[in-house]
Design a protein around this ligand. Structure first.
Ligand code: ZN
Length: 361
């Protein structure tokens, strides 16, 4: 039971505590045996999780309807049970749900959820039918509920593993002689410094220009007993999309659902260890995205879902940050600038501090 650990949480019963005070300043193929072992572990952890977690709102009691082959729930019913006020923003088009800490906005036929103005990508679009607004049960469980009624972790966050994307022979994206692996490491080092200032210990998954296999990244975090994993990357768009810019924060795709990015599918959609930590990971992803958008004025490309290996295999809450586009003329200059890098590291550190306040027992 205790193994299931850090993120399989105690019961909620509070809204967002100290939360937004002002902190916002803010494939590698595994060997078959290993594959089987991790599948069994995932199944076991799932059984334990189901038993231990318990949803703040009894979602199974909500009336379900089938829309386009998915199970949906009436938004108003859930809002009432979760203590959020429900209002139409635009009749038969968009709705707003509010409590003292949070405003959620859903729009008909859109997969975008706005949470206090920050974008989060849902797995399925919200729907309006017969003057009623519906959201898929998967999205309710994995995105709306973890934000509106967060459940504290069982143990305190004591060590953050920072994973600088790529390294060694894997250069990541590159633009001329500029390699992504260089800037992810610089950002990671700065983030460690900023976290230390906030009294939070951190360890780097790699601290030199070293090649680290994708599976090993989550393993290193686990072996050092970290209880949070933040993987750092920079983005690049294909030629013909030189205008793409902004921040994205990735969280593991819910079981059975489709990833936000076509290439983020990552094979099977069944349970992986990373799915166990959806709720705290989603909270962290939201807080980091919010901090990057508000503090650095980066364009908001949203909290997204993908089965990136580092997220899939993480046995602790984990997110992957795409801190900007190296393919964008102006944004790349910010990425290469040490002053911007310090601000970016501070923005991520602030979000981790907020996460700790909201999620620590
Ligand atoms: Zn990358």
């Amino acid at each position: 039971m205790a193994r299931a650990g850090d993120a399989i949480v105690s019961r909620p019963s509070f809204g967002w505590p100290i939360l937004l005070v002002t902190t916002e300043v803010g494939f590698h193929i595994a060997r078959p045996m290993r594959c089987l072992a991790s599948l069994l572990t995932a199944l076991l952890l799932f059984a334990l999780a189901g038993d231990a977690a318990g949803a703040p709102v009894a979602l199974e009691k909500l009336e379900r309807v089938a829309i386009e082959g998915q199970t949906y729930v009436r938004v108003r019913d859930w809002a009432a049970a979760a203590g959020l006020a429900f209002a139409w923003v635009q009749p038969r088009h968009s709705v707003r749900l509010t409590n003292s800490k949070l405003t959620l906005q859903l729009t008909h036929d859109s997969k975008l959820l706005a949470a206090n103005g920050i974008n989060l990508w849902l797995s399925y679009p919200a729907k309006v039918r017969d003057d009623r607004c519906y959201v898929s049960l998967v999205d309710l469980k994995t995105t709306l509920a973890p934000l509106a009624t967060p459940v504290r972790n069982r143990s305190r966050m004591a060590l953050v593993a920072i994973d600088p994307g790529h390294g060694g022979r894997d250069r990541g994206f590159y633009s001329g002689s500029r390699f992504e692996k260089t800037y992810t490491l610089l950002l990671a080092q700065e983030l460690k410094t900023q976290l230390a200032r906030a009294g939070i210990k951190a360890t780097l998954v790699r601290s030199t220009d070293e090649y680290v296999d994708l599976t090993e990244r989550a393993d290193r975090a686990a072996s050092r007993k970290a209880n949070l994993l933040v993987s750092l990357h920079y983005n690049a768009a294909g030629s013909g999309n030189a205008e793409a810019q902004g921040a994205e924060t990735f969280v593991m795709t819910p079981v059975g659902a489709r990833s936000t990015n076509a290439q983020g599918g990552g094979g099977n959609t069944g349970p992986s260890p990373g799915n166990l930590y959806n709720d705290p990971s989603l909270m962290l992803g939201y807080l980091i995205q919010r901090s990057l958008v508000r503090n650095l004025a980066l364009s908001d490309r949203g909290v997204r879902r993908a089965r990136w290996e580092v997220l899939r295999e993480a046995k602790i809450p984990a997110v992957l940050v795409e801190g900007g586009f190296m393919s964008h003329a102006r944004e790349s200059q910010r990425i290469y600038d040490p002053v911007f890098r310090r601000k970016q590291a501070k923005a991520i550190a602030d979000a981790i501090v907020s996460y700790k306040m909201i999620m620590d027992p």
